[in-house]
Design a protein around this ligand. Structure first.
Ligand code: F0G
Length: 470
């Protein structure tokens, strides 16, 4: 059960089917553009959506808003140093600012950054530096419990091949958000460390979900069973040269980011850039009170009771969605349950966005908002104007905000999913009408195709009402 009780509550909206249809259509059929006042259960992201603890709200009142050298920074620095072991601690307002600053100082045009999977904003920062982002996920040769691992054989081959000298850094995203939220094993981090030492390459962590990764190591690797997750997290940090993180995840806060490094010279260059784009190095785009909230969150997040609840919730929710008929990726991680939209909607080809089609249908059916991690996010426009280059997988992510929704909220989502599954064959495809930039999914305008004909019935005409419960 939830290892907390509720002290403050917030009402949630229940828009009618008519309102849901209008909202989705007004939003260009892009759930990022639907206002939160029209969402009943919001599983769009676990980022910045956490409920803070009483201790965090109390810490907020101790915030020191001095421009330079605030006590809030000192408290934040102490907690981050104790956790990571890295002496250089640089706050940023969120993860992508930290990525942009660090990768922009580290990478030169023509360099290569190799990762288990670069998250979309990470890839954008690598490419903005003129470097190349290479993903080498070990999904196919790793043992199932650690689906977030990087492929060590593929990494070895790259490092000792003709392009090896171009590799500037290896990034391990823990957990691997784009790859199903799966953990990276201690053995994998250790093996990558050895390869990086041999080839003189920097090993960095995208530590946005470091606590969940550490907990899953204690659950899935008998060699680490029963260890405090905080100790496991420290050991993972010790194997790397530094990290960045979006603290909107395992900082259990609504805003924040971080760079932490061993290399004082690289840190100096990051701070110079930070001053230009974020703010003075002791606040980095945050208020002093945010730093106090984060310092407290970074202490709470490794609580074994909290992490056990988090993993159990995802597992239980994954089982409910699977019972409702959704093809759920197993095993579940902590921060989300991922569903294979291509398997549910075989009539929708990748360039007609099956993951978007499923996500939009969940919204129409019950004002549930989830995110697409398929061709809209990870695909690319075809260079010759043909069908989009597809993403490797068409996933829909049911992200779990930290300490926000109860089991009955998630039961409602599973019931909603059941109604969508029942008419899966009729769900329409989508095409992109307007798009800009490498992060097109945030703003793209889409249009649905004809709803597919239900078995035994002709396809409805353009003015027919969309299918869906009242
Ligand atoms: N790295 C990872 C692994 C992430 O999941 C994210 C954000 C970022 C970096 C960027 O951090 O949002 O603070 O700027 N992921 C969010 C998500 C948006 O929904 O998964 P940010």
């Amino acid at each position: 059960m939830e290892p907390f009780r509720i002290k403050a509550v917030e009402p949630i909206p229940f828009p009618s089917l008519l309102e849901r249809r209008r909202m989705l259509s007004d939003a260009g059929f892009n759930l990022f553009r639907v206002p939160a006042r029209a969402i009943t259960i919001d599983l769009l992201t676990d980022s910045g959506t956490s409920a803070m603890s009483a201790a965090q709200w109390a810490a907020l009142m101790t915030g020191d808003e001095s421009y330079a050298g605030a006590r809030s920074y000192e408290r934040f620095e102490t907690v981050v140093r104790e956790l990571t072991g890295y002496p250089e601690v640089i706050p940023a307002h969120q993860g992508r600012a930290a990525e942009r600053i660090l990768l922009g100082r580290l990478l030169r045009p023509g360099d290569v950054s190799v990762a288990n999977t670069h998250f979309d904003t990470t890839r954008a920062s690598v490419e903005a530096a003129g470097a190349v982002a290479v993903d080498l996920p070990a999904e196919h040769d790793a043992p199932a419990p650690f689906g977030g691992d990087i492929s060590v054989p593929a990494l070895r081959e790259l490092l000792s091949g003709p392009d090896g000298a171009r590799v500037r850094c290896v990034v391990l995203t823990v957990t691997n958000n784009a790859g199903g939220g799966q953990p990276v094993s201690m053995d994998n981090v250790t093996a990558v460390r050895r390869l990086c030492d041999r080839h003189g390459v920097t090993l960095l962590l995208d530590a946005s979900r470091f606590a969940e990764n550490a907990y899953l190591i204690t659950e899935r690797d008998p060699a680490h069973a029963g260890r405090p997750p905080r100790d496991v997290a420290r050991e993972v940090f010790a194997l790397a040269d530094g990290c960045w993180a979006s603290l909107k995840k395992d900082g259990v806060a609504n805003i924040g980011g971080l760079i932490a490094l061993r290399d004082a010279e690289l840190a100096r260059r990051c701070r110079d850039q930070l001053i230009e784009v974020e703010g003075f190095p002791t606040y980095g785009g945050l208020a002093g009170r945010d730093l106090d909230v984060l310092a407290q969150g970074l202490l709470e997040v490794t609580d074994p009771d909290y992490l056990r609840y988090r993993a159990q919730t995802a597992r239980w929710f994954g089982d409910r969605l699977a019972e409702a008929g959704l093809p759920v990726l197993q095993p579940t991680g902590c921060h989300a349950v991922y569903v294979d939209a291509a398997a549910l909607l075989p009539h929708v080809p990748p360039h007609r966005l099956p993951a978007t089609a499923l996500a939009n249908e969940l919204y129409l059916a019950g004002a549930v908002r989830v995110s697409e991690l398929g061709t809209l996010v990870f695909g690319r426009p075809h260079p010759d104007g043909g069908d989009d280059l597809p993403a490797p997988r068409e996933l829909v992510r049911f992200a779990l905000p930290r300490r926000v929704y109860t089991k009955s909220h998630l039961e409602y989502v599973a019931e909603t999913a059941g109604t969508v599954v029942a008419k899966a064959a009729e769900i329409p495809d989508y095409r992109i009408v307007e798009q800009t930039g490498p992060l097109r999914h945030f703003t793209a305008v889409l249009a649905p195709g004809e709803p597919a004909a239900p078995p035994g019935r002709p396809a409805p005409g353009p003015s027919s009402p969309r299918p869906g419960p009242g």
